[in-house]
Design a binder for this molecule. Structure first.
Ligand code: AMP
Ligand code: MG
Length: 337
């Protein structure tokens, strides 16, 4: 299959929407990462998404809508708290898991009776949803297990020959996937996947925000994940990633004893002033790190890095999302110095 690169002109967005209406898959920019979009109600199209990514069938897809008021068409019940959160965070990087109705096929929800609903703020994604008139199922547009794509060229690299088109809408603003929450009561939510809508932001609208155990911990054998994506190896470049937790001097001394000639380090902006070995930087604060992380992991593969020591990010605020992606990229290999 030929994969066409489209621009973000209205004429090209009309083409993208037509492809989706016809059951094809299109790579689409969003404010979080690029998504692989198809009509969420078209089972054959959704199966093709799973095939293009090599994604396990029990890993559910998020359904993207133009407006949160459309959620009633795809769900059995929408709690008051969901409307309250939507007023604040939709459109934006928040996904709410709600009981699905029959308009969402089981293949889309990975066999679950629930569906994750998100209203993206990126004007290209928003316009394509409007023009297609479809609820758009869109997982991250990477090969399953590999770092998520934050530019059209990342998507072309993973998906050329597998999907109909990619729309180039520039670099993704946030750079990590949406915050996924389950609404447990009218005053309690559980974060299933951390993102740029943080625990602190959610706490302004409900009494309790639980960070699910699987966000920072490896699942035990046989333990079921509230968020199925958390049980798979994820976000992982070809290079072997090892997270090093601690201050810069401890990090430098660790690297000095671990083959600095043949390894790379991924460090914070500013560290490079005193860091004497091969390195790349990934931002100086949590938002910058979220924006840059996946692109840097992909770049490390491009330059042929085999082993990479990464300075562990802060777990505060947006940092939790960065830490969550990195600890998975590292296969939970964390060394404290
Ligand atoms: P991605 O499509 O790559 O952004 O990953 C979406 C992730 O959101 C999945 O891997 C799940 O972890 C989570 N998710 C989506 N839908 C649901 C759902 N119905 N229940 C729980 N988690 C969900
Ligand atoms: Mg993904």
């Amino acid at each position: 299959m030929e994969t066409v690169l489209l621009s973000d002109s209205e004429a090209d967005l009309i083409k993208a929407a037509e492809l989706i209406k016809n059951g094809d898959i299109v790579g689409i920019p969003t404010e979080t990462v690029y998504g692989l979009g198809a009509d969420a109600s078209n089972e054959a199209a959704v199966r093709n998404i799973f095939a293009a990514k090599g994604r396990p069938a029990d890993n559910p897809l998020i359904v993207h809508l133009a407006d949160f008021s459309d959620a009633v068409n795809y769900t059995k019940a929408v709690p008051e708290l969901a409307y309250k959160l939507a007023e604040q965070f939709c459109p934006g990087p928040l996904t709410m898991v709600l009981p699905k109705n029959d308009s969402i096929p089981m293949v889309t929800s990975g066999g679950l009776e629930t569906v994750g609903i998100r209203v993206p703020s990126h004007p290209v994604m928003h316009r394509i949803i409007q023009l297609s008139g479809c609820p758009i199922a869109a997982p991250s547009a990477n090969t399953s297990g590999y770092p998520s794509p934050t530019s059209a060229s990342h998507v072309m690299k993973d998906m050329t020959g597998k999907i109909a088109a990619v729309v180039d809408g520039g670099e993704s603003e946030f750079g990590v996937e949406s915050t996924v929450i389950a609404i447990e009561t009218e005053s309690r939510v559980r974060i299933l996947r951390p993102g740029c809508v943080t625990r602190e932001m959610l706490l302004e609208f409900c009494n309790e925000v639980i960070i699910d155990h699987a966000i920072l911990n490896e699942l035990e054998a046989g333990e079921t994940a509230a968020s199925p994506g958390m049980k798979y190896k994820h976000y992982s470049p070809k290079a072997d990633i090892i997270m090093i937790e601690g201050e810069l001097d401890g990090f430098i001394s660790f690297v000095s004893k671990h083959d600095p000639e043949n390894t790379y380090s991924l460090i914070f902006d500013g560290d490079e002033a005193v860091f004497p070995y091969r390195h790349m930087t990934y931002g100086g604060n949590s938002s910058e790190q979220a924006h840059l992380l996946f692109a840097k992991l992909r770049e490390l593969d491009e330059i042929g890095a085999e082993k990479v020591f990464v300075r562990a990010p802060s777990k505060d605020g947006v940092g939790l999302a960065v830490y969550n992606r990195l600890i998975r990229a590292a296969g939970f290999e964390v060394i404290r110095v």
